[in-house]
Structure formats: structure tokens, C-alpha cells
Write a protein that binds this ligand. Sequence first.
Ligand code: C2G
Length: 129
Amino acid sequence: MKKVITYGTFDLFHKGHLNILRRAKELGDYLVVAVSSDSFNALKGKKAYYSEEDRVAILEAIKYVDEVILEYTWEQKKEDVIKHDIDIFVMGDDWIGKFDFLNEFCDVVYLPRTEGVSTTKIKKDLGDK
Ligand code: C2G
């Protein structure tokens, strides 16, 4: 069985999120999604609109997602990949090159982002109304 992992905040869940999860799942048989916890977002200087509990609940209901875990630190990716016996690490290409160090443990794939949609754009567009 081929296991895939991907990371993200997945706040204000949108089509770009759905696309990356679908394409990540298509690369293997089992998809683990690591969701940025509220404390990790604080570390990154970000604040999600939805709590980590709500973001986890939404991701758990997505048919491409087999397992949801939380991300607390930048360092945990290596441990996650080893612990969950991951074959492929996937991120959107806004992160290109950033996680190549995981190549030692699994394949690292950057998928093209979906054009025209983002959490930032949703917030801006609704804020403009
Ligand atoms: N994404 C995408 N297309 C968009 C928007 C996002 O393909 N239009 C992808 C991103 O490239 C990322 C995933 O969806 O792979 C989740 O995006 P975010 O919620 O913005 O996550 P991010 O803040 O990049 O978290 O440890 C790394 C972090 O957890 C990454």
C-alpha cells in the first residue's frame, strides 16, 4: 500500500484545497493530512478563522482523506514520514524546494496550485462587500 502525506492549514476550505487532496490521493492508496494546529499557526504568525477542531472535522469528512493528524512544529515532518511509513510527501508548488530534505525518506512532490482561489482572496473579497 502506497501512503501519501500532505500538510496545510486548510482554513475556509475551498476548491484549491479539494484539488490538492484529490491529486495527492491519486498518487497512492492512503492519504494522511497533517493540519496546522492553532499553536503552530501562532508560531507562523497566522490565525485561522476556523479552530483546529473544526478544520480537522471538515478534513475528516472529505472522501479523499483517510487520516488526519495535527502539525505542531516545523521539525515533525521527518518524524511523521517515518512513523506513518509514508511513500510520498505532497505540497503545493508555493512550497517548491522547501521540503526537499525529506527526499532521504520518501518521494517529495510539489503539485501546481489551483489558480484564482485562496483563503486570503476569500477574506479580501468578503471584506470588500
Ligand atoms: N493550495 C493549492 N491551491 C490553492 C490554495 C492552496 O493547491 N489555490 C494548497 C497549498 O499549496 C498547500 C495546501 O493547499 O499545499 C494547503 O494550503 P494552506 O492551507 O495555505 O496551507 P499552508 O499555510 O501552506 O500550510 O508545514 C507547512 C504548512 O502546514 C503549510
